[in-house]
Design a binder for this molecule. Structure first.
Ligand SMILES: [Ca+2]
Ligand SMILES: [Ca+2]
Ligand SMILES: [Ca+2]
Ligand SMILES: [Ca+2]
Length: 437
């Protein structure tokens, strides 16, 4: 109640602040429905009404100066099979299957990597599982963008016979690195959803080997900018929460270390490296960094490591007997991951205290590469029905105008500018996103 009232006061204050260039009107006039906002009659956007609304709110905000980032946990998988013993079974610690929070889940499954038989799956909040398929094979490493309707993945373009990055947007699938002549792998969205960082490789005749670098793809323009250009292999990149850094694995003589590239200075530093111990697959969840590493130089069982500031810890389910990898942090201590604790790779859910297999999704194939999008974190979805549409815009606008029947079920989802203040700037961004669809 307190915070809601505070936000409302701040939003009204912001509205008056931006209204300075136009003649001031009284608060009573400001909340007059017919002047100040579109009633969305017929559930369509009436841009004429919006022009009036924006004029009275003080004009369109300067979007170039309005930074907005989102906080999404994303994931790319990578692991080596056959380098550690397959564990027979995990001691049952009296667990009952815990419920995965409501949301969308991407993962892939294959019998053998070399059989090119990987399939990508999407589970929707109602429990429906669909196979993501089109004119490609061996799809894997799915990652969500700014909404569950948008995700990227890698797959082999059958005609071009090359690895490419694909984008699925509201069900429409596009190859966004077509006929590049490169191997394009390990895609991950930036927090603002505008770019995808990925790994790009080509055969270098001098080195007589594949050379891999990091690349940045502008999703809309489909243009690629290279971020690194050296003979060491960079792989599995992911953005930091604020979008200013890219974490990745750098390989030297087959051993990976975790590095961080500063996008403003283009310099990189090592975050974690251990002699003879492979470390790979960094992934950001909130303000923490996770990655996978071997137990030791002698024991190649994969363990998931959490980096919290300077503190590096193993997760409670890690073992010297089986693999745990492909961390998919989903808020707080919760995580989906892949493990061989019961034989081949299966998906598991850790709720902060217990580990449960995601039994209905697991099979005799290897389930890997989970990415999760929480139902309650759909940007713009203020009425908590899992979708962002005009109904949310109507509700948010009413709330900004202090209409007594306006209630925000999830106010964070309205904060499109990500500045912890709800105001007309968020409203204008909401409107723009809906118009651009
Ligand atoms: Ca390189
Ligand atoms: Ca399995
Ligand atoms: Ca909604
Ligand atoms: Ca805001």
């Amino acid at each position: 109640m307190g915070i809601s009232l505070l936000k409302r006061i701040m939003s009204l204050a912001a509205a008056f602040f931006v209204a300075l260039p136009v003649p001031m009107v009284s608060a009573a006039e400001k909340v007059s429905d017919d002047i100040f906002y579109d009633d969305f009659s017929g559930l369509v956007l009436d841009t004429d009404k919006w022009l009036i609304a924006e004029k009275n709110w003080g004009g369109t905000p300067d979007f170039e100066q309005t930074g907005f980032v989102a906080d999404y946990a994303k994931i790319t998988p990578f692991h080596e099979s056959g380098d550690s013993p397959q564990y027979e079974s995990y001691p049952d610690n009296g667990r009952a299957d815990a419920e995965l929070p409501k949301g969308w889940l991407l993962w892939h499954s294959y019998k053998n990597y070399s059989d090119l038989d990987s399939k990508l799956f999407l589970r929707t909040p109602d429990g429906t599982v669909e196979t993501v398929s089109d004119d490609f094979i061996h799809a894997m490493n799915g990652c969500f963008g700014r909404s569950p309707e948008q995700f990227a993945f890698m797959a082999i373009d059958k005609d071009a016979d090359e690895w490419d990055i694909y984008l699925s947007d509201h069900g429409e699938i596009t190859n966004i690195t077509p006929n590049s002549g490169f191997r394009n792998e390990d895609p991950k969205f930036s927090p603002d959803g505008k770019t995808i960082v990925f790994k790009r490789g080509h055969r270098d005749t001098n080195a007589n080997d594949f050379v891999y670098d990091l690349a940045l793809l502008d999703v809309k323009a489909m243009t690629v900018t290279m971020l690194t250009d050296d003979t060491s292999e960079e792989a599995m990149p992911c953005f930091s929460e604020d979008g200013k850094y890219i974490y990745f694995a750098r390989y030297t003589n087959g051993i990976g270390s975790i590095c961080r590239l500063d996008l403003s200075t283009k310099t990189s530093e090592t975050v974690f490296g251990e002699n003879g111990v492979n470390a790979y697959y960094p992934i950001v969840g909130g303000d923490k960094l996770y990655f996978t590493k071997w137990c030791s130089a002698d024991n190649h069982c994969d363990t998931i490591i959490c980096c919290d500031g300077g503190k590096i810890t193993s997760l409670p389910f890690d073992s010297e007997m089986f693999d745990c990898s492909d961390a998919c942090p989903i808020g707080g201590k919760k995580m989906v991951f892949s493990s061989t604790m019961n034989g081949g790779y299966d998906l598991y859910y850790y709720d902060g205290s217990r580990v449960s297999p995601l039994t209905e999704l697991n099979s005799d194939k290897n389930e890997l590469g989970a990415d999760f999008f929480a139902f309650d974190s759909v940007m713009g979805d203020v009425n908590a029905d899992g979708e962002f549409n005009i109904a949310d815009l109507v509700m948010f606008q009413k709330w900004l105008l202090a209409s007594p029947d306006a209630k925000l079920e999830n106010w964070q989802n309205a904060d499109l500018c990500m500045d912890s203040v709800l105001d007309v700037f968020d409203l204008c961004l909401m409107r723009r996103e809906l118009v651009e669809r």
